[in-house]
Ligand binder design. Structure first.
Ligand SMILES: Cc1cc2nc3c(=O)[nH]c(=O)nc-3n(C[C@H](O)[C@H](O)[C@H](O)COP(=O)(O)OP(=O)(O)OC[C@H]3O[C@@H](n4cnc5c(N)ncnc54)[C@H](O)[C@@H]3O)c2cc1C
Length: 380
């Protein structure tokens, strides 16, 4: 397996790195503090083609592979995971889901705007009583002939108030279980669709997380994605690729914290020498470097599996499980290496530590990744 990056991939890496330094870093602490959505930054990311990276240029996308997307996610997440989660949801859940499964009319109407950042999208699966157990959908989409009548509540929706279009998973036929679930495209402003207050979060505080309420919302039949009953499969297939984006986000958070810790350890002195010369600190750096490299290889492997047309359910679950643990462990140690400075906002590592935690929760918790992995290896 060849992990050498192509010229194009190296250019994308550099472009994302430059963008993170010049556009994301300024104000990142203030946005986190104020829970301010990175509106300007997301607009620019759209203009530069980072919001529809894997989509065919005929729909306004950048026509790149999954590996390029993962590389960009790593670089953006080193600096600002609140912005990179928007990139991840829009690319892997919304754009990929629509390009792969939507009708040509739906692609022309919605995808062309989502790739350019004219609007962003949201993916709405979780509910108050359906998180890990996603089959327990209580939101209903009753077939009324030419439209569905949508009722229910979705929880924790990223881009909840900032999205223009929402992919909503709902139960049409309870008797058919998960085969009676549909995925519907719901436009913002549709009568009966309400957005709850913004969640006050531990991490990724700049991102925009809300509950959504649907009260007798009429969704035209032409807004259903795929055949009747395809919704659950749509959600699972889409999330499998989404996990590569979140694994890359976790990798970036870890790598960002490591880079800051390494630099700090070469500057800060104690007992007459730079702290990196104390073996206790040097060994922490060695562990971080090794674990980050291992996480990167798992992320690249999952991305290459997807690009090569292999099944990537197992590799994406392994990449997310491992990279998110590395993100958590690395950021905790980065705070430790910074001593008291690690505990205040100016040095960034406390924010990266708070941001790391979400990568073990969303798009399937670490426990759910272990279920996916164990089922897959037992079946083999
Ligand atoms: C900031 C944020 C953004 C999010 N964005 C989105 C989004 O855009 N769209 C969306 O649809 N959802 C989103 N989510 C929801 C997220 O995917 C869910 O929170 C997650 O899937 C877990 O579901 P839950 O919170 O209901 O936890 P639960 O399912 O109640 O789990 C609670 C605990 O029990 C464990 N557990 C549950 N079942 C099992 C089992 N069978 N075996 C072992 N352990 C188990 C879990 O691992 C966890 O530790 C977001 C969440 C957050 C916090």
């Amino acid at each position: 397996m060849d992990f050498t990056l192509s010229e194009e991939q190296l250019m994308i890496q550099q472009a994302a790195r430059d963008f993170a330094q010049t556009e994301l870093l300024p104000g990142v602490i203030e946005r986190d503090d104020a829970q301010k959505f990175p509106e300007e930054q997301i607009k620019k990311l759209g203009e530069l083609g980072f919001l529809g990276m894997m989509v065919d240029p005929k729909y306004g996308g950048s026509g790149l592979d999954t590996l390029s997307y993962a590389i960009a996610m790593e670089e953006l997440s080193k600096v600002d995971a609140s912005s990179s989660v928007v990139v991840s949801v829009n690319n892997s859940l919304v754009c990929w889901g629509l390009e792969t499964f939507a009708s040509e009319e739906q692609k022309q109407k919605f995808l062309t705007k989502l790739t350019t950042g004219e609007m962003i999208g949201a993916f709405c699966l979780s509910e108050p009583e359906a998180g890990s157990d996603a089959t327990s959908q209580k939101t209903t989409a009753i077939d009324k002939g030419d439209h569905y009548l949508l009722n229910g509540t979705k929880n924790w929706i990223t881009n909840g108030s900032t999205a223009g279009v929402y992919l909503v998973i709902a139960q049409t036929d309870v008797e058919k279980g998960h085969k009676g679930i549909n995925a519907l495209i719901v436009e913002k402003g549709t009568p009966g669709f309400e957005i709850g207050p913004k969640e006050n979060k531990l991490g990724i505080r700049g991102s925009d997380t809300h509950s959504l309420m649907f009260n007798d919302v009429k969704v035209p039949k032409e807004n259903r994605i795929g055949e009747d009953g395809f919704g659950f499969k749509f959600a699972m297939k889409t999330l499998s690729g989404g996990r590569i984006g979140i694994a890359a986000q976790a990798l970036g958070i870890a790598a960002g914290a490591y880079e800051l810790a390494l630099k700090y350890s070469k500057e800060r002195k104690s007992f007459g020498t730079e702290i990196c010369n104390h073996q206790a600190i040097a060994f922490k750096l060695a562990d971080m470097h090794t674990e980050i490299e291992a996480a990167r290889l798992l992320v690249y492997k999952a991305a290459l599996d997807k690009d090569n047309g292999n099944n990537y359910d197992l590799s994406s679950a392994m990449a997310k499980l491992f990279a998110s643990k590395v993100a958590m462990d690395t950021t905790v140690e980065a705070v430790q290496i910074h001593g008291g400075n690690g505990f205040v906002k100016d040095y960034h590592v406390e924010r990266l530590m708070r941001d790391a935690k979400i990568t073990q929760i969303y798009e399937g918790t670490s426990e759910i990744q272990k279920i996916v992995i164990s089922r897959s290896i037992i079946k083999q």
